[in-house]
Design a binder for this molecule. Structure first.
Ligand SMILES: CC(C)(COP(=O)(O)OP(=O)(O)OC[C@H]1O[C@@H](n2cnc3c(N)ncnc32)[C@H](O)[C@@H]1OP(=O)(O)O)[C@@H](O)C(=O)NCCC(=O)NCCS
Length: 181
């Protein structure tokens, strides 16, 4: 069972022990900082006034972080982001963490809607978001550092390029209506 705390610099030190994605399409989720850059990364991540970030803890170790970004208080919206240590993926922890965060977003922050963007090849991510009630609302072109992969073959190394991400959305009403995940 996970614990959740507001993200602090000491949590970020644990990220240095995380597993590394070798799959070129998932490298974008690697934590690539070094001891010397941790503080800068932490200040950059947590410096925004419209963002709130949390550490996901397992047995006292930070095995992930998640947040609500671009929070719009008047419109009551925010955007979900989450990354787990590769070594702790697919063990039910992401479902637990996002469930906590949606309860926080809808019942503590009183948001009415949470949005997210997910890369089209992130099948695990898409599955879990749909399972939790998110619905696809569109597609959107963003710039991301990814390789060019066709039929599983890397044709070009990663560099900034345009990719089409899937936009998903969960309303408070839909979250409140769900029976059991
Ligand atoms: C996305 C992420 C937060 C999900 O958390 P998680 O703990 O790995 O997910 P869970 O173990 O709770 O759930 C995994 C589900 O996906 C399913 N799954 C696993 N691999 C899958 C695949 N290749 N395709 C589809 N579904 C898959 C599992 O069967 C499970 O489904 P179930 O709960 O219906 O049985 C986590 O994997 C992660 O951090 N990934 C890397 C970063 C990332 O993708 N962040 C999100 C960016 S939008």
């Amino acid at each position: 069972m996970i614990q959740v705390e507001r993200l602090q610099l000491h949590h970020v030190r644990d990220f240095l022990q995380w597993g590394v994605h070798e799959d070129p399409l998932l490298k974008i989720y690697n934590f690539e900082e070094k001891e010397s850059t941790l503080e800068d990364w932490y200040r950059w991540k947590t410096g925004g006034k419209m963002d709130v970030y949390f550490a996901i803890l397992l047995d006292g170790l930070a095995i992930g972080y998640m947040g609500l970004k671009d929070i719009k208080k008047i419109a009551r919206r925010g955007t979900l982001g989450i990354i787990l240590d590769k070594n702790h993926m697919n063990q039910g922890l992401g479902t637990e963490a996002i469930t906590w965060l949606m309860n926080y977003a809808f019942y503590k922050m009183h948001l009415n809607r949470v949005d997210l963007e997910v890369l089209p090849w992130n099948q695990l991510g898409i599955h879990i978001y749909k399972k939790l009630g998110f619905q696809t609302v569109g597609r959107h072109r963003v710039r991301a550092v990814v390789p060019l992969v066709i039929d599983g073959v890397v044709l070009e190394e990663e560099r900034p390029r345009f990719v089409e991400v899937i936009q998903m959305r969960l309303s408070k009403d839909r979250w409140s209506e769900r029976i059991e995940i």
